[in-house]
Design a protein around this ligand. Structure first.
Ligand SMILES: [Mn+2]
Length: 285
């Protein structure tokens, strides 16, 4: 991106982003970069202030995010922060906001394949694909599962660099089929162990499962267990918890915040640690 080299790092949530930022700032690592982009996640207000008070950092950092829980916590404006949930009646995601920035600042040239990939990512991230049944967007999730975070990143960087039009290749379709079959078997098995707990007239389907199954389990419950209003998944593999609203009237962002997390109204969660586990157990008791 114009610099001598590009360094990429991945974060699974706000806590991890804060931790990485803490080290990055303490060791003054930012001095060796010309620009620093953070997308689809927003640090906690404490670190926003740290960036704001450091002129070098402030001139280099640009943040693009769309999470409701993050927006609710931000009490003032920051010059380096773009926090938008919706633009012209269209829901945004970290990727779409960052893409717009890159186009507007001539850091990326218009390209049909990238444009489509960004739109599919937006449709997936905002869950808009579900109501419109755009499976092409859903397949991104399946490929992410199949390839893992870094594999996904490298695969799509390469794919988008040579494809003029976004289209799934035969190889990708094979991967999607393989992963879908694997998921089906796993979800059927997991769904047998759902515990239903009621709190304030809302029925929560509680389940212990790996983090990657959160959306698939929500879909499965929606189809087969109409009595359940929301899913609470406790994932020991990534030490995270996840809420998904099954009944569209349930705002899981609120509940996730009670449990020490946050996110969107239909999908929210957080880190699973002693503190949040205590809160979750108290909440579902
Ligand atoms: Mn997102």
């Amino acid at each position: 991106m114009g610099g001598e080299y590009t360094h990429i790092t991945l974060c699974s949530g706000i806590e991890e982003l804060d931790e990485q930022l803490d080290k990055f700032i303490a060791k003054k690592e930012y001095e060796q970069y010309q620009q620093i982009f953070i997308t689809d996640l927003c640090p906690s207000p404490f670190y926003l202030d740290v960036i704001d008070k450091n002129d070098d950092l402030k001139s280099k950092v640009l943040l693009f995010d769309h999470h409701k829980s993050a927006m609710d916590k931000i009490k003032k404006e920051y010059s380096f922060l773009t926090e938008v949930g919706e633009k012209n009646g269209k829901m945004c995601c970290g990727t779409s906001l960052f893409y717009e920035y890159l186009l507007q600042n001539n850091k990326l040239s218009e390209n049909e394949s990238i444009r489509r990939f960004v739109e599919l990512t937006r449709l997936h991230d905002t869950y808009e694909w579900k109501s419109k049944n755009i499976l092409e967007a859903y397949y991104l999730q399946i490929l992410f599962q199949f390839l893992g975070p870094w594999g996904y990143l490298y695969h799509f960087v390469e794919k988008l660099s040579y494809e003029n039009e976004f289209q799934y290749t035969e190889k990708e379709i094979e991967w999607i089929k393989e992963q879908t079959e694997k998921n089906q078997t796993k979800i059927e098995e997991l769904a047998k162990n759902i515990v239903v707990l009621e709190r304030e007239n809302i029925k929560y389907g509680v389940i212990l499962a790996n983090y990657e199954y959160r959306n698939l389990l929500a879909d499965c419950i929606q189809e087969n267990r109409k009595e359940i209003d929301a899913l609470l998944l406790l994932a020991g593999d990534e030490n995270r918890f996840s809420f998904r609203s099954i009944n569209p009237d349930i705002d899981v962002n609120q509940v996730a915040e009670i449990c020490g997390g946050g996110g969107h109204t239909k999908a929210a969660g957080g880190k699973l640690n002693e503190e949040t586990l205590q809160k979750i157990l108290k909440f579902i008791k």
